[in-house]
Design a protein around this ligand. Structure first.
Ligand code: 13P
Length: 236
């Protein structure tokens, strides 16, 4: 399974280094079989020397090698750390920073061309969820516009906006129903994200079409993140 941590705007360079050391120790000592991903903030990127099942990625980048895009990083900056994994389309990028579907697709295509593993995020806001499953499916499918679903290094993360950072997890039935519908169109691994924590990890990972989790808040504590990895190890 894939157990991924999105640090968002948390952790410093020093605390990220300490986190990665502890995570690496846990993964090596436990002999974990999970694929573990960590997305630190750009300021804390390094060439971390970790066990091969731990992958470091970038949370965001502009689809350009280098240029004049104040505040952004491009391929040249990512290359310095030898990283080849990126998050695209996170709901915070879409809703807080106004990234359009066209921009998400442009980023996707650029990083696909450069051979990146892409964790592509989709998810509906609360108003759409209230309209029922068909509206949810339509909304999520619209976020796949311009995305090459046959790309071999694609992972899709379903993260309902209303469940992110709210402590409000989608119910197992809601996740199951949504992932089942997404599975008809998407062959790539499917992750769930939105208030995942040690207490609900087992229930979520047991859902048929769920291949892992993308975790924010709970994963910022390395102990809790390791707990979630251990739960996955017990299940698979
Ligand atoms: P939370 O786990 O804080 O809800 O965040 C989920 C998320 O957005 C991961 O990308």
């Amino acid at each position: 399974m894939i157990i991924a941590s999105n640090f968002k705007t948390n952790h410093t360079r020093a605390s990220t280094r300490a986190y990665m050391e502890e995570l690496d120790r846990f993964v090596r000592e436990s002999g974990s079989r999970q694929r573990v991903m960590v997305f630190p903030p750009a300021t804390a990127l390094e060439r971390f020397e970790t066990a091969p099942q731990i992958v470091t990625g970038v949370q965001n980048a502009y689809p350009v090698e280098k240029g004049s895009f104040t505040g952004e990083i491009g391929l040249e900056q990512i290359d310095e750390f030898g990283l080849r994994t990126i998050l695209v389309g996170h709901s915070e990028r879409r809703h807080i920073f106004g990234e359009t579907q066209q921009m998400c697709a442009q980023k996707y295509t650029f990083f696909q061309t450069h051979g990146f593993e892409i964790v592509y995020c989709i998810g509906e806001p609360e108003a759409v969820r209230q309209k029922g499953i068909e509206a949810v499916v339509d909304y999520n499918f619209a976020q796949l516009e311009g995305i090459d679903l046959d790309y071999g290094k694609l992972i899709v993360a379903y993260e309902p906006v209303w469940a992110i950072g709210t402590g409000l997890t989608a119910s197992a039935e809601q996740i199951d129903e949504t992932l089942t519908r997404l599975r008809r169109k998407i062959k790539a691994p499917l992750l769930y994200g939105g208030s995942v924590k040690p207490a609900n990890t087992e229930e979520i990972l047991k859902i048929e079409n769920c291949d892992g989790v993308l975790v924010g808040t709970a994963s910022w504590d390395v102990g809790q993140f390791c707990e979630m990895i251990a739960i996955a190890d017990r299940l698979s």
